[in-house]
Design a protein around this ligand. Sequence first.
Ligand SMILES: Cc1cc2nc3c(=O)[nH]c(=O)nc-3n(C[C@H](O)[C@H](O)[C@H](O)COP(=O)(O)O)c2cc1C
Length: 343
Amino acid sequence: MSIKQRKKDHVALTTSGEVNYRTSTGFEDYDFIHNALPEVNVEEVSTEAKFLGRTFSFPLFISSMTGGYTDAGAVNAIIAEFCQEYNLPFGVGSQRIMLEDPDAISSFSVVRQRAPDAFIAANIGGAQLVGGLSQENQDLLINSIEADAVIVHLNPLQELMQPEGDRRFKGIEDGISQLCSNSPVPVIVKETGAGISAEVAERLLKSGVKVIDVAGAGGTSWAKVENERSTNNNPDPDFDDWGVPTLHCVREVQELKGEYDFELIASGGIRSSQDIAKSLCLGSDFAAAAQPVIKAVVDDGFDGLEKLYQQWRKQMITILTLLGCERLEELEPKHLKLGRYKG
Ligand SMILES: Cc1cc2nc3c(=O)[nH]c(=O)nc-3n(C[C@H](O)[C@H](O)[C@H](O)COP(=O)(O)O)c2cc1C
């Protein structure tokens, strides 16, 4: 099975299949505390959010997804044009394929051509850092897209469910440490849906990581995606719901903020502005989403993405107004009822 075919399977399964966790993110366990006396004018409400020193129009990072074949280049181009126009940050999919096949570079480099001013993050798997990333490969990852940050994805569950996946995870932590020392741009570490616990987050922060994107359980289940691939002759659905729910990750990782200087992204199952607002109330700085974005692009291209963005932005303005806030920075735990009204 080639990497290209695997990438195609991933897009097909996440856009048309039922590959969500059965267990939830946990966000639905919280209700907002409605403010019947908001003292806010809607036209003065702003959805602007800061991340790594830049100001964006909305607190949504378009999660790393694809690259490496012709259609992936087209998807990346649409996301790039969108992020250029609407000022959102985004990450390209794993660039491992272009380190092995120079023909794949154009499906990544297209993003900088289409988004000269956008915040764009490079992406590489933790497994590719075992033994250290060569200077040549580091330069290629960053320079091919003039990256503003490098994302390292950790995905041991996905690899173990993938018949052709990596099985060697010793040395990833050292590889991350080395990358943090050598990289000219900040290093972000994310999971792909099974979550980052406080214990792992602390090890990453000690290594010099600047941003933790928890990518917790409750959204796309990468165990399920791998188990559903037609070429997987030995699926193991017992692991489809393995992982730490996103809300739990956010709550425990944000507690490290007193001790370490870092930014926290909530992702994994972010499916509405209410999820984003709840995660900000609980201490995350930004949110990120993958599946809703790839679905919008595959179904309806740039227009689909624009529709999703406009809807989420409008909803965020409504949420802020109904909480009596004009700015996202005002969101705090006090705006949430811990435990629902019902029950
Ligand atoms: C089609 C697709 C491809 C993905 N490929 C990558 C990848 O190459 N690198 C990566 O870090 N994450 C990848 N992811 C994982 C997402 O970035 C994200 O962490 C995960 O899907 C959970 O978010 P969600 O519930 O919003 O989908 C991919 C996701 C999708 C939907």
